[in-house]
Design a binder for this molecule. Structure first.
Ligand SMILES: [Zn+2]
Length: 461
């Protein structure tokens, strides 16, 4: 990452408590980021939080090093602060009567998201259990803490002393670490559970994957994908509720409202797509049409150090090509699920998708094959994908503690970057990074992709 320095010219908004006195200000920004665009958008957001609007760009982002500020006391101080906090901003304001105000100074924003309130609301929804089974009704009384990652062989093989590590993106941690994620030890029973099924439905539905290794049968493949989907739906519903709650009951500040309503829009769009996918899976489940799922399975006879279960809408592939535009809210997004699954000997990395999503998902898998053909290591690419796209995971304590500081830092940095709502996803994010960390060895590939599409029952897709 580089440190970008640039200057905005700004004016106070009417909500700025110094609106009557100040006519304008120069804002000096030091931002640590991968590229000038992200540095710029991050600083713009911060400036809006401080009740200013940007009038013009006084100097465009340039890459700087510490030596550039050696002779400049204040500059050096802010450069160093940016290394620690990721960003540092200072205002030099002038008054309406034309006299320069005493500056530079750091101004306080007129609001900030009250993280404790946010956490409280988040927990409220998180603890609101409900059964996501298509046939759920009043009989679904006993909501259980269902594991979204296979427990018996997966989590238990990784845990040490009842604990696993998790790179945590929860609001509390983010607040403590100034927006950076951290890797924390958690009890294995806390890892990956969610209150998304009643006991009966959880037991009935997932018996074939909870109590048996992956063979794989079509039904098992279906269930692994279905569980990833249900867990994500549960989390996204909670997120939307939390944002709406904060939007309706939080402070009445224009920039904050705008930020929250953009966030709400994006979350609602993601959720709407998830519901559509779940409906398709539910229809297949009712009719036991498990062959509607296509998959690629990478198997390994070794042990793994990380268990995971997740999904995403593939935007860019392993070659850095654009597959679908996640910002286009008029389209239906195609979805891929992935997880680790225990096999009779060893484990496997499973990708699966509903046949109706083949257009994007097959291209995505082909890009992986192409890059292997070009000499890239499959294991590196798979590990990069998990760290970039899966916050629902559990890491072996022995493995994590045995990593070098540099590898730990690289992993946390990658996960932080992907979780940062102010930073855009780089088109090349799956093409490089985190090489040589995962000591996996894939032995074979199993797939049903070559199956004729009309053999699968697409009537209910
Ligand atoms: Zn139920």
């Amino acid at each position: 990452m580089s440190t970008y320095f640039f200057i905005f010219k700004v004016a106070p908004t009417e909500e700025n408590e110094q609106y009557d006195m100040i006519e304008g200000a120069l804002v000096y920004c030091w931002v640590v980021e991968d590229n000038p665009e992200d540095a710029f958008s991050k600083a713009s957001f911060y400036v809006s939080r401080y009740d200013w609007i940007i009038k013009e760009i006084d100097s465009y982002p340039i890459e700087t090093i510490r030596e550039d500020f050696i002779e400049k006391d204040l500059g050096l101080q802010y450069y160093d602060k940016a290394q620690e906090d990721g960003i540092s901003i200072v205002f030099l304001a002038w008054s309406r009567d034309g006299k320069t105000m005493s500056g530079p100074k750091e101004l306080k924003p007129s609001y900030s998201i009250d993280i404790n309130t946010f956490l409280k609301i988040w927990k409220k929804y998180k603890n609101l259990g409900r059964c996501l089974h298509y046939d759920s009704d009043r009989r679904c009384k006993e909501i259980v803490n269902a594991h979204s990652i296979q427990r018996e062989r997966s989590l238990s093989a990784i845990q040490y002393d009842g604990h696993v590590y998790r790179i945590s993106a929860d609001f509390g941690t983010l607040n403590k670490n100034k927006g950076k994620l951290s890797c924390q030890k958690v009890g294995v029973n806390k890892a990956s559970t969610f209150l998304g099924f009643c006991k009966k439905h959880d037991n009935d539905l997932f018996e074939k994957i909870d109590n048996h290794p992956l063979i794989p049968t079509d039904e098992q493949i279906f269930l692994y994908g279905y569980r990833s989907l249900c867990r994500e739906l549960f989390v996204k519903e909670n997120a939307l509720n939390t944002i709406e709650d904060q939007l309706n009951n939080g402070p009445n500040q224009k920039a904050l409202k705008e930020f929250l309503s953009n966030w709400k829009q994006a979350t609602a769009f993601g959720l709407e797509n998830l519901r559509r996918h779940k409906y398709r899976y539910d229809e297949s489940l009712k009719k036991k049409h498990y062959q509607n799922i296509e998959y690629v399975l990478f198997t390994s006879t070794q042990k793994t150090f990380i268990a995971f279960s997740g999904l995403f809408y593939p935007d860019f592939d392993f070659m850095g090509r654009n597959l679908q535009d996640l910002g286009d809210h008029k389209t239906e997004l195609e979805l891929i699920t992935f997880c680790s699954a225990p096999m009779t000997s060893g484990w496997s990395f499973l990708f699966s998708w509903h046949v109706s999503n083949s257009k994007v998902c097959v291209d995505f898998m082909r890009s992986l094959a192409t890059m292997i053909g070009e000499g890239r290591k499959l294991e590196d690419m798979l590990f990069r994908l998990v760290i970039s796209n899966c916050e629902n995971h559990a890491i072996s304590p022995q493995w994590w503690e045995g990593l070098s500081d540099i590898h730990q830092k690289d992993i946390i940095e990658r996960a932080s970057k992907m979780a940062d709502v102010l930073v855009s996803t780089q088109q090349s994010y799956l093409t490089e990074g985190l090489e040589g960390i995962a000591d996996w060895k894939v032995d074979s590939v199993i797939s049903n992709m070559e199956r004729e599409p009309n053999k699968a029952n697409v009537a209910d897709s």
